[in-house]
Design a protein around this ligand. Structure first.
Ligand code: MSP
Length: 658
């Protein structure tokens, strides 16, 4: 019988900087699911890759004095090294610079155009004639001039192609609200309210102001802009409209696309719209997870708190890192990475919990029976309790995996680990070992433990694939004994199984020493980043409340003149040549606006994206360092610096604050 196909994808990563532990989460999660499905007997296609076009890459390459392709080749090599280091079993790696992808994207673009889904329109902004480049307001230099050549810019419009979104709005709303396409479902409501209800805007899908992109075949000078190129990877990698592969009919529609929350909108709205326009069936599930933060803060290169997976892997092994990140993150929520939590988790679950269970059991089989269990047995009611707990774990893992809840799956497995360790305490095999007449009972106890370890280790193998084969070697399990269809049955190991003592699976970590060393690595990175960030020192450090006298009284009518609104940060970037200013693009519920704010020393741009804040919306516009600001965001002066006043995400952008 032919195996059932199963297709799972990660996002394709931007190779604009070195990969970090945040990038590992989705890839390790998808790898665990792919391995689990293979174990279940599916014919799995697990796709990952890199998203290599765009202005940012073009600029970085130019700064490095190399071609964009040379630039991305260098970083792609680092991603691939990391994936092999983390034991990622991808079946296919797509690079959007691969010829077959380029060919398919060109055909997709043309097909959408021919069907009337794409039309030519105008993209407007500030234009530098000598450089032939468009710039957004926030990219201009402090004098409002071109950031490249510093000559004046003019308002101009550029031809661009747009993808019509509105025809798909109703179907997408139904997809999000009436099906379980998006997991977790709570996110769907957010998308419908923020993007669909206010009316879907058409999407700009081509640019002429940079060249590092896929050329539009029928209109020279245009390159395909971002999402049509990036999202198409999920089908081009299967051979859609190209001859490089012929797996489309077999694997499409995808079983799971997994992404983090920042790119959920593109996968929940734009991707389904593109597929609908192309008359292609929609993927079955989109699983959205949160961010790995560092001690509660967004991981960011500019803050220096990015956690290097190679550093951790060298110290504790890649399986411990895989386990830790998967065990900490609940689907949909952020998870805070901290060295303390990681080391405690490795010590408690892996060294003391599972590792100890294996080493104690194998050591006792070796000590009391010379490694091979005898045939004579003596059962006890306690044994059934253990067996039930283990078989319950098998069923609970199956359910959790079907719901892409990897943390829950691991929790269930570790309940069985705890139950098995309790069984050792209850049966006291070391006492049985002292009495010759109790040897049949001792053999039963050790056999039950070994068979429990067989099931538990097989269930753990998709998550920790490097360690589990070592466990099978130690407990004397054959490849056949750990097959999926043998995991919901007890008593699979041969009665006279032979164990082999081996190395300690997860050595206990000296917590104080390690924390000190890891914290000093991070501290150094953060200091280096801080030094880079604050080239210019702030003349006005944040003041505490007590330092600031109350202003004179005003009436309610005075206050009513201030229009304060809730606004959502859509994008943020540092203002060129200023260490203090950030330029924010806001969704203010009124068509959007730009605000410049002096918070660059306290927030990295990416810390703000997606957050909601308070906006003084009717302040007279000003120019700060040549950049226009239409309003002001509310922030508090605290002894620790300036803190933006964020508001609850459930309050719609544009709501009036009174
Ligand atoms: N190129 C786009 C994706 C296109 S998919 C058709 C992109 N690339 S990215 O490299 O910037 O991000 C890739 C994924 O990594 C995103 O889902 C992003 O959220 C995720 N992560 C990056 N840092 C992360 C954490 N610290 N924690 C968890 N995931 C994070 O977006």
């Amino acid at each position: 019988m032919s195996k059932k196909p199963y297709y799972i994808t990660t996002p394709i990563y931007y190779p604009s900087g070195d990969p970090h532990i945040g990038h590992c989460y989705t890839t390790v999660a998808c790898d665990s699911i792919a391995r689990y499905r293979r174990m279940q007997g599916y014919d799995v296609m697990f796709l990952t890759g890199t998203d290599e076009h765009g202005l940012k890459i073009e600029q970085k390459a130019a700064a490095a004095g190399i071609t964009p392709k040379e630039y991305v080749d260098g970083i792609v090599a680092k991603f691939k090294t990391l994936w092999s280091y983390m034991n990622i079993s991808y079946d296919r790696y797509i690079r959007t610079t691969d010829d077959y992808h380029v060919e398919s994207v060109q055909k997709i673009f043309k097909a959408l155009y021919d069907k009337g889904h794409i039309y030519k329109g105008k993209y407007s902004g500030k234009y530098c004639t000598p450089c032939e480049s468009f710039w957004t307001e926030s990219q201009l230099d402090e004098n409002g001039c071109c950031p490249e050549c510093h000559r004046p810019v003019v308002f101009a419009e550029e031809e661009a192609y747009f993808f019509k979104m509105s025809p798909f709005a109703d179907r997408i709303e139904k997809l999000l609200t009436e099906t379980d396409y998006l997991q977790p479902k709570t996110r769907a409501v957010e998308l419908v309210n923020n993007f669909i209800k206010p009316g879907l805007e058409d999407l700009c899908v081509s640019r002429t102001s940079f060249t590092w992109g896929i050329p539009v075949t029928f209109d020279p000078g245009h390159v395909v802009y971002v999402w049509i190129d990036a999202l198409s990877n999920y089908i081009t990698a299967l051979g859609y409209l190209n001859d490089a592969y012929s797996d489309f009919d077999k694997y499409w529609p995808a079983d799971v696309h997994m992404v983090a929350k920042d790119i959920m909108r593109f996968h929940a709205i734009i991707w389904p719209a593109m597929l609908m326009a192309l008359d292609i069936p929609l993927p079955k599930h989109l699983a959205v997870h949160g961010w790995i933060t560092f001690n509660g803060e967004k991981m960011s290169k500019s803050l220096g708190n990015v956690v290097d997976p190679f550093v951790l892997g060298e110290r504790y092994g890649c399986d411990a890192i895989r386990y830790h990140i998967l065990r900490e993150m609940a689907l949909g929520a952020d998870s805070s990475f901290s060295n303390e939590i990681m080391i405690n988790r490795i010590n408690s679950d892996l060294a003391n919990g599972f590792g100890n269970l294996v080493s104690r059991t194998v050591a006792m089989a070796d000590k009391y029976f010379g490694g091979t269990l005898p045939q004579e047995r003596e059962a006890d009611a306690l044994d059934d309790e253990l067996k039930t707990a283990v078989l319950d774990a098998f069923a609970a893992v199956e359910k959790a995996m079907d719901e892409t809840k990897l943390k829950n799956a691991l929790e269930e497995i570790f309940k069985a680990v705890d139950r098995a360790n309790k069984y050792i305490d209850q049966t006291e095999p070391w006492k049985l070992g002292k009495d010759e007449s109790k040897k049949p009972r001792l053999a039963s106890v050790l056999y039950n433990l070994l068979d429990t370890i067989r099931i538990i280790s097989a269930l753990l193998s998709p998550f920790m694939p490097s360690t589990m084969p070592k466990v099978w070697e130690q407990i004397g399990a054959s490849e056949d004994d750990v097959k999926y269809d043998k995991l919901n049955t007890f008593g699979v190991l041969p009665l006279n199984v032979t164990v082999h003592k081996g190395d300690i699976l997860f050595p206990r970590i000296d917590i104080e020493k390690e924390i000190e060393e890891l914290n000093s690595i991070i501290q150094k990175n953060m200091e280096a980043a801080q030094a880079k960030l604050s080239g210019e020192k702030s003349p006005e450090p944040g003041k505490s409340e007590e330092d600031t006298p109350l202003l004179p009284e005003i009436t309610i009518d005075d206050f009513a003149k201030i229009d304060i609104r809730v606004a959502k940060v859509l994008s943020a970037e540092k203002v060129k040549k200023s260490d203090k200013l950030l330029c924010l693009q806001l969704d203010d519920g009124m068509g959007g606006r730009q605000v410049v704010s002096g918070i660059a020393q306290y927030y990295a741009p990416e810390d703000l994206i997606g957050k909601k804040l308070q906006l003084i919306a009717n302040l007279k516009p000003v120019k700060l360092r040549g950049v226009e600001s239409f309003g002001m965001i509310c922030a508090a002066d605290t002894p620790d610096g300036v803190k933006v006043i964020f508001v609850d995400d459930s309050i719609p952008a544009g709501s009036k604050i009174r």
